[in-house]
Ligand binder design. Sequence first.
Ligand code: NAI
Ligand code: NA
Length: 396
Amino acid sequence: MIIEPRVRGFICLTAHPKGCEQNVINQINYIKSQSAINGPKKVLVIGASTGFGLASRITSAFGSDAATIGVYFEKPPQEGKTASPGWYNTAAFETEANKAGLYAKSINGDAFSNEVKQQTIDLIKADLGQIDLVIYSLASPIRTNPKTGITHRSVLKPIGGSFSNKTVDFHTGVVSTVSIEPANEEEIQNTIAVMGGEDWEMWIDALKAENLLADGFTTVAYSYIGPAVTEAVYRKGTIGMAKDHLEATAFTITDKLADLNGKAYVSVNKALVTQASSAIPVIPLYISILYKIMKEEGIHEGCIEQIQRLFQNRLYTGDAVPLDEKGRIRIDDWEMREDVQAQVAKLWAEATTEELPSIGDLAGYKTDFFNLFGFQVAGVDYTADVNEMVKVPGLV
Ligand code: NAI
Ligand code: NA
């Protein structure tokens, strides 16, 4: 069929298999263009189908010759109805990995559940024995805790007082003021339950109990800090409380890994257009201003450049991993550069519907958004008939 984007707010209901495939091939080619990484050989990526998790899987496989298992939650295609993008991304990745002689299998289901953890354990036992890296890259609005059966929903709200700031509708370019009422205590706790570190710890506990973690094992989860303009709604808001919990969990997990000389890290990554971030108010306006500045400075990166640098220059240098004063890896260093943030603050004050096209990279934001779903990707013929019923070769 001919597949066109069907956008509803910050999601797109369709995805293009060829565009998703091309995105994955572009990321693979980027990794191949860089020097080899003396990195992990057997890797589990939880949240492996899009964004930073997909980039982590590609970097492990094509940068370090790793066997990879990916866990994700994606909608398969039906006749006449496209899959979600992560399905097509995974199909493309596993096809390319197989061509390169690399092991690549995956599990599609709820990573928060006991069942998916057990399935993953069985697969590692059968095929890999022990693993040396787990990347934890889930972004979800909802989690059912398997121990309590309680379903928690996260919210994106400030804490302590209401928040008002600029935001942009990235489809229309209209800059307006958004006001968000503060979260109550229950909403804060629910957000921590979804996006904090509890499930990450459950995964590592479960894998360790089955003796599936190799000596010197490493696990990494992703966090974000960001600028002053988003602080009230992000880092000091409900999601920030969850990130505080995630960061604290790294220390708890590291303690539990002592007998394996293992380590758990949180890496603080750059703001990027992903399905997760386009849902957060204020962030799209910040990203469009940030992109313009970082592109002008020649320091703009996407997920794949970020994760390549994380592996090459932080995790697998052969030396100790450089950490900030709170024990975190910082790969948001270029975003957070003083000169970059000073320009953001200046342009933020000037941002209006009229000014944004000249001071921000809204066009870049939009292209990245459509690219997430396989649209507007260079080299893809969108007038051609494509088969939506793509199979994921390594799906268990
Ligand atoms: P994303 O939306 O691109 O990826 C989320 C992944 O989680 C997908 O593979 C999806 O299938 C999977 N997933 C969601 N719910 C699941 C479930 N119940 N079971 C199994 N898989 C599930 O998100 P993105 O942006 O790559 O986020 C990953 C992490 O990076 C998050 O912790 C996020 O906070 C963090 N981060 C994101 C930044 C950004 O600007 N996008 C910046 C810094 C950190
Ligand atoms: Na991800």
